[in-house]
Ligand binder design. Structure first.
Ligand SMILES: Cc1cc2nc3c(=O)[nH]c(=O)nc-3n(C[C@H](O)[C@H](O)[C@H](O)COP(=O)(O)OP(=O)(O)OC[C@H]3O[C@@H](n4cnc5c(N)ncnc54)[C@H](O)[C@@H]3O)c2cc1C
Length: 562
């Protein structure tokens, strides 16, 4: 037998592959998806114009290109691979309670704040400013969800802080700044501030009435000291926190700065950072307060009423972030299916894969459209529209319940479109999948949101009226939708806790269907009504009936991507 040079090399301990990869050619693997334009989403752009923020389109397109750039996608990946680290003490033993983040986190934060995704809409009088921010979140959400936590809390803190105008006067200009100025320093000496929130304690999160952190008044009016703990407080490097604690007059809301006006550190002992399923770029901490200086926000005993202003905003952001995750993972799934062949055809041309992608596209468009409708309601409510305020009150809780519930199932299905690659970290899909359940846990878990809808219905007849006014706009347009609205009216009468999820799910689907009937092409609206309003729906994605207009749905969601 003649021994060739190649055979000799194969017999080396490393083999030929290690020297040159000549064992095989890499084929039938998709190219890297970046760069792409994350704002390239017709449902998003139409919604932005409809809800009054068409003026923001150019910025949105620029942000979309940045979000889909290799650089920003790399920031997201790196910020999640290199998790934040807690430093409780300095080298000499002094407590510092600081958290160090990877430079990629700071790039993400700087961009988000500069692009107006934190507090800046509150300083922008243009109608549609809040819609523009939500749309920016939908687009920038194609990067990393973790840093969306402090930007969301900063945005949301402002309406609650306004309950104490003298504090708002000092802090609002800094919370609405577009400058990201990290590091613990005297807040008023910084160029921009970030806000967090501390509600949840060990013995109760949803039921904050069980909070045990005590607030003791000092001799100075409005100033208290806190003693107690929080079980979850995310983004502990924020400058200020809205915290709930028990004052003599009952559960109250307080502003807690990490650094006091005289430059000393306020007591904010971080016991641990949570080791979380996802949301790894973000730090979530367990702080303890002991003699911690705090300023009362709103009246004593009105803590929940005060902080609910914040929660209303963060709930919308949970819907927005779920919709962003859906769109991001749909784009990834579409990209893979276009570039991968199996059994003699590209996956995107395989009829059953087309069904899966079209079904995901329907869900994604319904989520995006509802998100923007909620943002439009928030924007108009802020400007004094009472009808929109009533609609926002109920529809945000409905949307938070349903869209965030669909997130985990959606991201799992999109992940599966990539086959084994989707289960591997390199693809980014496991990160998106791990992020999804969080959005239905924080800011009111599923049951809590469903029960909140019942509460809103019971307390204020205007909320149900606002929902049905909205639904009446499509009366007569689609028989299935008309029947669903009539069914909803019957179901409302029940109002029982045990069936609250059934009711809220119906409300969400009816509202989404109505929005799509009004605003989406017939193929999208028709397939949604056919499959989501009872009738002909399988339980997994990819179960649209034959003749459901798959081509039109896919062409709208993922046009001409070769
Ligand atoms: C990563 C992460 C970050 C977080 N960051 C923060 C933060 O920055 N600040 C902060 O304050 N909190 C934060 N939280 C806490 C979060 O808001 C709470 O975990 C959440 O509100 C649920 O509260 P809980 O954990 O106490 O659960 P519980 O309130 O005990 O609820 C457990 C389950 O019971 C259900 N339930 C509750 N009440 C009822 C009822 N009446 N009927 C039926 N079912 C019910 C809930 O829906 C849930 O499914 C964070 C949580 C996570 C996971």
């Amino acid at each position: 037998m003649t021994i060739t040079r190649a055979d000799e090399l194969q017999q080396t301990p490393f083999g030929l592959g290690a020297l040159g990869g000549a064992t095989h050619d890499v084929t039938n693997q998709p190219p890297h998806p970046a760069p792409y334009d994350a704002s390239d989403d017709v449902a998003l752009l139409e919604g932005v114009r409809r809800e009054g923020a068409g003026w923001a389109e150019e910025d949105l397109r620029r942000l979309g290109r940045l979000a889909g750039s290799e650089e920003a996608q790399e920031w997201a990946d790196q910020a999640n691979r290199h998790e934040p680290e807690l430093r409780t003490h300095d080298r000499y033993g002094h407590r510092v309670d600081e958290v160090d983040f990877h430079p990629s986190w700071h790039h993400l934060m700087r961009t988000a704040v500069a692009e107006g995704l934190a507090g800046s809409p509150w300083a922008d009088d243009r109608p549609g400013a809040h819609v523009a921010r939500t749309a920016g979140g939908l687009v920038w959400g194609h990067t990393d969800a973790g840093h969306g936590c402090p930007t969301s809390m900063t945005y949301a803190a402002i309406p609650a802080l306004r309950k104490q105008p003298e504090l708002a006067k000092i802090y609002e200009p800094l919370l609405t700044s577009r400058e990201y100025d990290p590091g613990l320093r005297v807040p008023t000496q910084k160029r921009g501030l970030l806000a967090g929130m501390g509600m949840t304690e060990k013995q109760g999160g949803s039921d904050v009435r069980t909070n045990t952190t005590a607030a003791t008044p000092t001799a100075e009016p409005g100033v208290y000291t806190l003693r107690g703990h929080k079980w979850f407080t995310s983004a502990p490097m924020c400058d200020v926190f809205l915290v709930l604690a028990q004052a003599p007059g009952g559960l109250s809301c307080f502003l807690v700065p990490r650094v006091l006006p005289d430059g000393t550190r306020n007591t904010f002992r971080i016991q641990r950072l949570k080791e979380k399923l996802g949301n790894r770029s973000n730090a979530s901490s367990e702080p303890e307060f002991d003699g911690t200086v705090a300023w009362l926000v709103g009246p004593e005993g009105q803590g929940v009423k005060t902080i609910i202003e914040m929660v209303n905003c963060t709930r919308l952001d949970c819907v927005m972030m779920s919709a962003a995750l859906m769109r991001k993972t749909l784009v990834e799934a579409g990209h893979h299916a276009r570039h991968r062949s199996a059994f003699g055809a590209r996956l995107v041309d395989q009829p059953l894969m087309r069904n899966v992608l079209a079904d995901l596209a329907l869900e994604s468009e319904a989520a995006t459209t509802l998100t923007l409708r909620l943002a439009g309601a928030a924007d108009r409510a802020v400007r004094g529209d009472a009808g929109e305020a009533a609609f926002r009150r109920i529809a945000t809780a409905v949307g938070k319940y349903w869209v965030t519930k669909r997130g985990p199932a959606f991201t799992a299905e999109a992940l599966e479109c990539l086959g084994g690659n989707g289960y591997v970290e390199d693809s980014g899909m496991p990160r998106h999948y791990r992020e999804a359940p969080l959005l239905s846990i924080w800011e009111g878990s599923g049951n809590v949101n469903a029960l909140d809808v019942l509460r809103a219905l019971g307390r204020d007849a205007a909320t149900a009226q606002a929902l049905f006014d909205e639904l009446s706009l499509t009366r007569g347009a689609d028989a299935r939708l008309d029947a669903a609205v009539a069914g909803l009216k019957d179901q409302l009468a029940e109002g029982s806790q045990v069936t609250a999820r059934r009711l809220v799910e119906r409300m969400a689907l009816t509202l989404q269907a109505s929005l799509l009937v009004r605003h989406a092409p017939a193929a999208v609206a028709d397939a949604f009504c056919a499959t989501r309003l009872g009738g002909d729906w399988g339980h997994a994605f990819g179960t649209l009936p034959a003749g459901a207009g798959l081509d039109a749905i896919l062409e709208r969601a993922l046009p001409g991507r070769e």
